[in-house]
Design a protein around this ligand. Structure first.
Ligand code: GUN
Length: 292
């Protein structure tokens, strides 16, 4: 078994981005790419994701801003914030960190984002372009998964990819990307979800298994074909007596059981998490280069 080292690959991509920022922006007297995040409420996971994104921006020489609002903010007020960011010429692209509080109309907010600044690729215009294979911002986690497969030269053409979970952020877009007529596409894709019957009989057919269910330790060795490639998108903080912090991170895959059976596997942490962050930076660079 080999690890698909997202920390290593994302570090290489960050170096490439930092070089581009210097060469194409700073050395030419242009401002560095500037991306922003809108953060609503006090969900600890969202706060930690946004902090990670700010740190990654500093590492590559981007300017970053975070707009923080209390969870009581209304859809109307948040919509004004989005309009402000759409019109701010200093900001190349931005994200609205999800999930938003339940009273906010999430789709209304996403659809309000200028598609040219939608570096999460969640606007219907960008999702539609992705489906058609036109230039667009790809959602960061699916983009990170494809990039990791590509950098490890794991062929997807003609392979059976099984995706667990049909979220708008991960499962649905990654299933579209893998089945597209494109390099690191051309796979036969099966998308499993909460109404799928006998999931293990399907996962055992997977050459590449992508797990994005949000259920800790859901995938065990009996569900995996020998020498499969396993991509774990889940991340869960669980109590642990044997660590200094008192917790550790685990994914949707039971790593200890599955690792011995597969050819490649992503660790948690250090797999898809850092690939997601670096993919957002790649989209930010595209936005600043006015490529979408
Ligand atoms: N919440 C979990 N993942 C993401 C993401 O990729 N983008 C945003 N905006 N929110 C998220």
């Amino acid at each position: 078994m080999k690890l698909l080292d997202g920390k290593l690959i994302s570090g290489q991509i960050k170096t490439e981005i930092a070089e581009t920022v210097k060469r194409d922006f700073l050395d030419k007297g242009r401002n560095a790419p500037h991306i922003a995040a809108v953060l609503v409420g006090d969900d600890p996971a969202s706060h930690s994701y946004v902090t990670g994104k700010e740190k990654a921006c500093r590492e590559v020489g981007f300017i970053s801003s975070v707009y923080r609002y209390p969870s009581q903010i209304t859809t109307e007020k948040l919509s004004e914030v989005v309009t402000f960011l759409n019109n701010d010429p200093e900001i190349d692209g931005f994200i609205v960190q999800l999930p938003l509080p339940a009273h906010i109309d999430e789709q209304k907010i996403i659809q309000q984002i200028d598609p040219c600044k939608d570096i999460d690729g969640f606007h219907p215009a960008n999702l539609g372009k992705m489906m058609l294979g036109l230039p667009s911002y790809l959602p960061a986690t699916p983009f990170g998964i494809i990039t990791l497969l590509e950098r490890y030269q794991i062929e997807t053409r003609g392979k059976h990819c099984v995706v667990l979970g049909r979220s708008h952020i991960v499962g649905t877009p990654v299933s579209i990307l893998l089945s597209r007529k494109a390099s690191f596409g051309n796979a036969t894709v099966t998308l499993c979800h909460s109404f799928t019957t006998d999931m293990p009989s399907i996962t055992r057919q997977a050459d590449i298994l992508i797990v994005a269910l949000g259920k800790q330790g859901f995938v065990t060795d009996e569900m995996v074909k020998k020498d499969a490639v396993v991509i774990d998108v889940g991340i869960h903080r669980v109590p642990a007596d044997d660590t200094r912090s008192g917790f550790r991170y685990q994914g949707d895959v039971d790593f200890d059981k599955v690792a011995g059976k597969c050819s490649f596997i992503t660790p948690v942490p250090g797999g898809i998490g850092p690939m997601t962050v670096v993919s957002l930076l790649q989209n930010g660079l595209k936005a600043a280069q006015k490529e979408v």
